[in-house]
Ligand binder design. Structure first.
Ligand SMILES: [Ca+2]
Ligand SMILES: [Ca+2]
Length: 128
């Protein structure tokens, strides 16, 4: 009986972690912050200004949060080229590999805009 209860308890833990939302820690750094892993995990990439090549952090970002006051555009290629997505102030993307974007381990350059809106750049979330 004891063995059965332990087995059930272990099963519940696995189900809970698989089905429940993964809560990311709040990030207080007031810039664009990317992470090598999903859900704000792994090595941090703090970007404070336009960066035409992320050097050692290129093609590594798997999640991102924008704590800056303006929108940022994230590009696949260096010097702001190829596919791109815009993240507005206060927005985050917990998994850049999501089917909606397929942008995992892609970002090579990052450019801040002069506004909080994305203008004509495609946003990760919603419109404009
Ligand atoms: Ca990664
Ligand atoms: Ca790239």
């Amino acid at each position: 009986m004891r063995r059965l209860m332990l087995t059930l308890a272990a099963g519940a833990v696995v189900l809970g972690s698989a089905a429940g939302p993964v809560r990311a820690e709040p990030i207080g750094i007031p810039y664009l912050v990317m992470f090598h892993d999903e859900y704000f995990r792994g090595r941090q990439i703090v970007v404070t200004q336009a960066t035409s090549h992320l050097d050692g952090d290129s093609d590594e970002a798997s999640s991102v949060i924008n704590n800056d006051g303006v929108a940022w555009v994230l590009y696949d290629d260096e010097s702001y080229g190829d596919r791109r997505y815009c993240v507005r102030p206060g927005e985050s993307v917990l998994d850049l590999g999501d089917d909606r974007w397929k942008f995992n381990d892609k970002i090579t350059s990052a450019l801040p805009l002069k506004s909080a809106g994305c203008g004509t750049f495609p946003p990760f979330h919603g419109n404009g």
